[in-house]
Design a protein around this ligand. Structure first.
Ligand code: TMP
Length: 171
């Protein structure tokens, strides 16, 4: 998989390739939660009929990063149909890899956000991180939330949850 990653500089810094980012966030979902639950009325935790579901959000702070349908994507011309097809396929492939990775660590990958861009040669590359800040991870047994929703919803235990994820993925 082509990414922006070039090397690890320190515990908190990595060297990356400069990308010209698409103004689109790709959210891939396996289980209903968050804004999808609000939008279509599925209680959180409802299995999706044909997962994964990939959604596109417009990277525009002033508009609040709205969900885009195909007509909007076409109107805005933020990504070509060919590039959309390639990035969506990569988002789904990432899902396959990550779902299995987290499942082996007793974590359900509920959903996550990815961003893509083009390098100086015009090659599409993944330009993002995966962390409990950018995905939802629930304990497989208890469905306990082990991600940023603990902060967003003022549930407490944020650091403990992140430490638990770290323990499971590095243990
Ligand atoms: P949502 O349910 O709020 O739309 O979020 C879907 C997923 O995308 C969730 O795992 C959190 C992640 N996300 C980000 O990483 N950055 C964002 O700006 C948003 C809105 C969501």
């Amino acid at each position: 998989m082509r990414t922006h990653f070039l090397g690890q500089e320190s515990e908190t810094a990595m060297r990356i390739r400069r990308l010209d980012m698409f103004r689109v966030e790709f959210v891939t979902r396996n289980v209903a939660a968050g804004s999808l639950s609000k939008r279509i009325g599925y209680p959180e935790g409802t299995p999706l009929r044909n997962p994964p579901l990939v959604e596109y959000y417009y990277k525009d702070d002033a508009l609040g990063d709205p969900l885009l349908c195909m007509a909007h994507l076409d109107e805005l011309q933020v990504i070509s149909p060919e590039d959309l097809s390639e990035t969506t396929a990569v988002a789904k492939k990432v899902n396959e890899v990550l779902q299995a990775f987290f499942a082996a660590r007793s974590l359900i990958l509920v959903d996550y956000k990815l961003e893509f861009g083009k390098d100086s040669q015009g090659v599409i590359r993944l330009g993002d991180e995966i962390s409990p800040d950018t995905c939802r991870l629930w304990d497989s047994e208890t469905s306990e939330k082990l991600d940023k929703d603990r902060f967003r919803r003022d549930m407490g235990g944020v650091e403990e949850a992140y430490a638990e994820v770290l323990r499971r993925i590095s243990g």
